[in-house]
Structure formats: C-alpha cells, structure tokens
Design a protein around this ligand. Structure first.
Ligand SMILES: O=C(O)CCC(=O)C(=O)O
Length: 308
C-alpha cells in the first residue's frame, strides 16, 4: 500500500477514537475503499459481468444467423462468434455433394439425414406445378392480394441482401424492367419467410412435401422463398434454426458453396454444387456454412422449409 493510503488510514483511526460522530465521515467513498477494498473489486466485476451477459444475449438474438431466424442481417462474420463447436464427423470424408434420384425415404434418412451430409435430389421437384407457375408476377399477385403486415407478425422475416428494399411490398413495386432483369437494370436478390396462412395455403397448391422425406418427418409450416437475378445471393453464413432444411429450385440455376465449420478446416473440404430447376438441395444449414450465387439466365426462384 502506498503512502497516501497509510496516511488516510491513520486519519481514519484517529477519527474513530475521537468524539467526532461517525455520521460525519463514514459515507465518504474513500473510507469505504480503505475499509473494504475487496468489495469494490467484487462490485466492479459484478457490473462488468452483467454488462457482458446482457450484451451477449442481445447480440446473439440480433446476429446469430446471417440467413434466417435473425432480426437484422448479420455482419458477414457475426454468426461465428456465438456458435457451439461442431464435431467434424459431419464433414470428414465428404468430398462432394452427391446428386441422387429415385431414393427411398429410408435410405435418404440413413445416408443423409442422420449423417448431415449435404445432398441434391435431382428428381425432387420435377413433378411440381410450381416449376411452371412460380414467377415474379405470381408472387406479386399473391402477396399483394393478401393482407400482409410484414414485420408485425412473429417469425415473418425479410432479407434484402444487397438491395435497397425495406419490405416485400417494395420488392413487388419495382419496375417490370428491373423485375425481368433487362440490361442496364440494377440486380436484385431477396428472401422471405411466408407467415401468412392464406398465402401459405395457396402456395401449397403448387408444391408438396418432398417424396424422400419420411412420413414421420414434419414439414415445418413456415416456408422460405428466395428470388433474384444473377450474381451473389446469400453471403457465407451459418443459420440458427431448429432443423435441417430442404430447398427446391424452381427457376434459374443457383451455385451453392458449402464450408465446414472453422474448427474442422484441417479435416474437411469446402464443397460446391449447382442446383438446377426441378432439383432439391437438402442441407443442415445450422452446421454447414453456406453461400449462394445465381448463374446467368432466368430469375432464380426457390421454395424451402425445415424438416425434422
Ligand atoms: O437460397 C439462398 O440464397 C440462401 C439460403 C440460405 O441462406 C438459407 O436457407 O439459410
């Protein structure tokens, strides 16, 4: 302890032995510090800890997913901070994304669901009416006809990615030239979850539960739609949703780049797969980092959902 503290302690001792009533000095901060130096540290530590806990929980709510289940779009590296470390069995020895067809629910479950191995089922959506019916105008008509107060409903999310759009309404107000990706028009790519029951029922008339998912596998009600022109789609991120997902490509072609979790970089490979109309990619987006880009050609339109 330095000299000033020694002197102060001596003054305090003399005050305590004097007739001066302690109300005159006992509430001075310096007296507290000298008498209970540990308490000061504990209380400072407590406040710092509390601030950290609050900051972490707010940040994880805001940023944990760059693709889904987050309140605002995540900075590119944000999701890496809060994720639990992964066992590398999911990606070890996986050197490519298999493209399969005509697969039974049993085999699919054993080889891909249980192992979390990414896969594309090439005949997954080949018979769906959505292959012919889904286009920009279809969604514009549908979402303009139902009363969507997007943003006010629970679980309703909109991802503008690199566009200036603030809502789905704004997307459907873009000019027909831009919607059709005419030369010279600004590119666009957006995603949203449908949480409107009326729209959901209409959408379900155009697609079905993928045939290779077992009967006990729930098709989680919320569907996700991603739509847009050539160029970058979703940036590299990992999700924080409950289950793995399927996503059916109904128009355009989309390249998926998959990366193992960083702790598995030395044991696992990055993978790439092109998904074409009629195909369904199945991926545990909570465990595999993923990024998408749309190839030159038609507007890319996909619909998907989680399953368990
Ligand atoms: O389809 C896309 O472009 C992005 C999909 C995605 O990020 C997701 O499903 O988490």
């Amino acid at each position: 302890m330095g000299k000033p503290e020694e002197k102060m302690k001596a003054i305090l001792r003399r005050l305590e032995n004097s007739d001066v009533p302690d109300v005159f000095y006992k509430n001075f901060e310096v007296v507290e510090k000298l008498k209970f130096p540990g308490l000061q540290l504990v209380s400072r530590f407590f406040w710092v800890l509390l601030a950290c806990v609050i900051a972490c929980s707010v940040l994880s709510k805001l940023f944990i997913s760059g693709g889904r289940s987050c309140i605002i779009d995540m900075p590119e590296d944000g999701s890496k901070i809060f994720r639990e470390p992964e066992f590398c069995e999911i990606c070890e020895n996986v050197t490519q994304v298999d493209k399969i067809s005509n697969v039974s629910a049993e085999d699919f479950n054993k080889n891909y669901v249980k192992t979390a191995k990414p896969v594309v089922v090439t005949d997954g959506a080949l018979k769906w009416p959505a292959l012919k019916t889904f286009n920009f105008e279809f969604f514009k008509k549908l979402f303009k006809s139902v009363d969507i107060n997007r943003g006010e409903r629970k679980n309703c999310q909109f991802f503008p990615y690199k566009t200036e759009f603030k809502s789905l309404r704004e997307v459907f107000d873009m000019t027909p030239e831009r919607a059709q990706l005419k030369p010279g028009e600004k590119s666009w790519y957006v995603g949203w979850s449908n949480c409107n029951d009326n729209a959901g029922n209409i959408l379900k008339g155009h697609y079905e539960k993928p045939y290779f998912l077992s009967n006990i596998s729930e098709n989680i009600a919320l569907s996700w739609i991603f739509m847009g022109g050539p160029g970058r789609g979703a940036h590299m991120h990992v999700d924080n949703v409950h289950y793995p997902s399927w996503q059916a490509q109904l128009s355009g072609k989309k390249m998926w780049k998959l990366a193992p979790p960083p702790e598995c970089y030395y044991r696992c490979k990055e993978l790439e797969v092109l998904v074409e109309p009629g195909e369904i990619i199945v991926l545990d987006t909570n465990r595999w980092y993923h990024e998408t880009s749309v190839l030159l050609g038609d507007v890319s339109i996909t619909i998907g959902a989680e399953f368990d």
